[in-house]
Design a protein around this ligand. Structure first.
Ligand SMILES: C[S@@+](CC[C@H](N)C(=O)[O-])C[C@H]1O[C@@H](n2cnc3c(N)ncnc32)[C@H](O)[C@@H]1O
Length: 230
């Protein structure tokens, strides 16, 4: 690990999504560094990568990247929530670290946003695409469309690590399934759950392939996928 001259700045509590996993500063940094380690192992992330953190929130992963690598060629955090991007831009942006606000629609986080979808990246430009707890709050029209945009954004050898709720033997897509998971889901798209076959149909339709699947070990019981271009 590189020695840092300045202390890491953390997003304030009100901007930290993900509940119990992020209960204090130490745990928050640990989750971020752990995800960076997995991006290294599963997706080949290195200090020379172009990394897109889609649905970056207040930049949790950026904190982990900085802690693990110090610098990176390009960390790009993208989100629909102005207050989070404004905070991240002010506190975490710098050489190799940038943030972009996209005013696109998500019924939970930005209901009045544009229906024209974007992940704010040039085709073929992203080595590693990260989307943690983003498909867990997404409708069943946006999901296949964004998987296509992920496929477009990835470089030929690029990989994407994403999390979502998937189960066997459930409806193809369901919003806030009662009695499922650790929380009492409230409001639009608090929890969106896919049947595994249905999510993987979307993956295939986007010309992506599943490189790795880990069931149920992520925040609130989400599963992890590593995807690559077909
Ligand atoms: C539960 S938070 C996860 C934040 C972050 N990935 C993390 O793990 O700390 C989901 C994030 O996805 C963002 N989001 C939802 N739909 C989006 C979209 N279409 N484009 C960009 N960001 C989106 C939300 O604004 C929110 O910040």
């Amino acid at each position: 690990m590189l020695k840092r001259k300045t202390p890491i700045v953390l997003p304030p509590g009100k901007f930290r999504m993900g509940g119990a996993h992020f209960k204090d500063d130490k745990a928050f940094i640990a989750t971020a560094v752990n995800d960076v380690e997995r991006l290294i192992d599963y997706c080949g992330l290195s200090a020379t990568s172009a990394l897109l953190d889609w649905g970056c929130g207040a930049g949790r992963l950026a904190v982990g990247v900085r802690e693990r690598f110090g610098k990176i060629r390009d960390y790009h955090g993208v989100d629909v929530q102005p207050e989070l991007i404004t905070w991240a831009d002010k506190n975490l942006a710098g050489p190799g670290f940038r943030f972009t606000l996209v005013d696109v629609s998500n019924e939970r986080y930005n209901p009045d946003g544009s229906l024209e979808r974007t992940v704010a990246s040039e085709p073929g430009s992203v080595d590693v695409f990260y989307a943690y707890s983003v498909f867990s709050h997404m409708n069943d029209e946006d999901t296949p469309a964004y998987l296509e945009l992920i496929a477009q954004a990835l470089s030929p050898s690029g990989k994407a690590m994403v999390t979502c709720f998937v189960e066997e033997d459930v409806a193809a897509w369901e919003e806030n399934p009662p009695g499922y998971g650790p929380l009492d889901w409230q409001g639009r798209l608090h929890c969106t759950r896919f049947a595994r076959w249905h999510f993987e149909d979307h993956v295939n339709a986007a010309r992506l392939a599943v490189d790795r699947f880990e069931y149920g070990r992520e925040t609130d019981g989400q599963s992890l996928y590593v995807l690559r271009k077909r």
